[in-house]
Design a protein around this ligand. Structure first.
Ligand code: NI
Length: 136
């Protein structure tokens, strides 16, 4: 039987969405408040979901204590209280949109779990706006 287990996490980080090839006016038109020149913050929430077979020895698909520690190392410690554009190399020339952030998070976490498990990350930037990525 295949089961999905999930853990929620949180981090607060600053960003700016901007395309240097465009005028300031066009950036505001496309990115709205997220183009604000001096950056702004979001309280991000995410869900890491792991799908796989239950290990008959433990009854677990994945040990959630272990997932907690992976998420702390790879996500909280890495993103919390950072300015994504300035502090995270991945986003020095790529906009830290939820689409790009969720893929980056997936790659960091997926490296830490076994290849016979499927990982999906859901990332919320606001209560209503979120992105999902499962490696496809
Ligand atoms: Ni924003």
């Amino acid at each position: 039987m295949i089961v999905t287990v999930s853990r929620k996490g949180y981090f607060s980080a600053a960003h700016k969405l901007y395309n240097n090839c465009w005028s300031y006016e066009k950036n505001i038109e496309i990115f709205g408040k997220c183009a604000h020149f001096n950056y702004h913050g979001h309280n991000y929430e995410y869900i890491a979901s792991i799908t796989g077979k239950i290990d008959p020895e433990t009854g677990f698909v994945f040990n959630l204590q272990k997932l907690k520690s992976i998420l702390y190392d790879e996500i909280e410690k890495f993103f919390d209280h950072k300015n994504m554009n300035l502090d995270i190399e991945e986003f020095s020339s790529k906009n830290p949109t939820i689409e790009n952030i969720v893929i980056f998070m997936w790659n960091k976490i997926n490296k830490r779990i076994s290849s016979n498990l499927d990982l999906k990350i859901t990332l919320y930037e606001t209560k209503n706006n979120f992105a999902e990525y499962d490696g496809k």
